[in-house]
Design a protein around this ligand. Structure first.
Ligand SMILES: [Zn+2]
Ligand SMILES: [Zn+2]
Length: 246
């Protein structure tokens, strides 16, 4: 299976990275709708699009306002936005308030009500994470393939959500800060390098990709990759348009 990392930063885009958006093009699945959402158009080949939102912070939802262009001229019969009921209500009330965005988006909103069945015999499950306002981690399973997407939370090797991500083929986990900015990470509800790598090792995942990287840290290795690999060797820093097979 194929995951395309369309947006690998948080908060705001920079010249290299757009904000959170990940796509499984063959399945018509998108995880989060940050500023990279416009790139979904390039990869959209399915007749339906399911967008799963972790939470309603702007860097994960602003791309919902791009949907008219994303599906323009495409044969898309259905666009469904899935998320926690309170977050979807906030999006409809605020992001799509008439003074902010004057037309209703071309999609349905479907609040989470248990696991979501996916095409190809898959399913998506979700679990709570610690972050201001609350957020959800996702696990997607198909026969022989599994993926977990965990963003906007403070990682620890003994995190409550470890059982939900245990043994996945691919863990896409946020890592906004290097170890030197640990205090800032704790204050803002984000992760720093060492605990993410320790968590990946403890959860026995196949591969770890770090995303939601601080947009003002534009050096080649903003997270201390050798340190992460010393703990969990199969670690990489994600970049926009990176294609990951799992
Ligand atoms: Zn974020
Ligand atoms: Zn957030």
């Amino acid at each position: 299976m194929k995951l395309v990392l369309l947006g690998t930063t948080g908060y705001h885009p920079n010249d290299q990275r757009q904000t959170a958006c990940f796509m499984l093009p063959e399945q018509g699945i998108v995880l989060d709708a940050g500023t990279a959402m416009y790139r979904v158009r390039d990869l959209l080949v399915t007749g339906q699009l399911d967008i799963f939102l972790t939470h309603a912070h702007l860097d994960h939802i602003v791309g919902l306002t791009y949907l008219f262009d994303v599906i323009h001229g495409k044969q898309v019969e259905r666009v469904t936005v899935h998320g926690a009921a309170d977050k979807l209500a906030a999006i409809r009330e605020h992001l799509f308030a008439e003074p902010i965005f004057p037309v209703q988006p071309p999609c349905d909103f479907r609040p989470f009500d248990g696991d979501v069945p996916l095409g190809g015999g898959g399913r998506l499950s979700y679990f709570p994470l610690l972050h201001p306002g609350g957020t959800l981690g996702f696990r997607l399973d198909w026969p022989g393939h599994s993926l977990a997407y965990v963003t906007d939370t403070v990682a620890r090797p003994g995190a409550d959500y470890i059982d939900h991500i245990r043994g996945v083929d691919l863990l896409v986990h946020e890592c906004y800060f290097p170890d030197s900015l640990r205090e800032m990470a704790e204050k803002t509800g984000h992760s720093w390098t060492t605990p993410v790598a320790e968590l990946a090792r403890a959860a026995d995942v196949g591969r770890l990709i770090l995303v939601h990287v601080n947009p003002i840290a534009t050096e080649a290795d903003p997270l201390g990759l050798p340190g992460a690999r010393a703990i969990f060797p199969r670690t990489d820093i994600g970049y926009d348009r990176m294609v990951v097979e799992f």
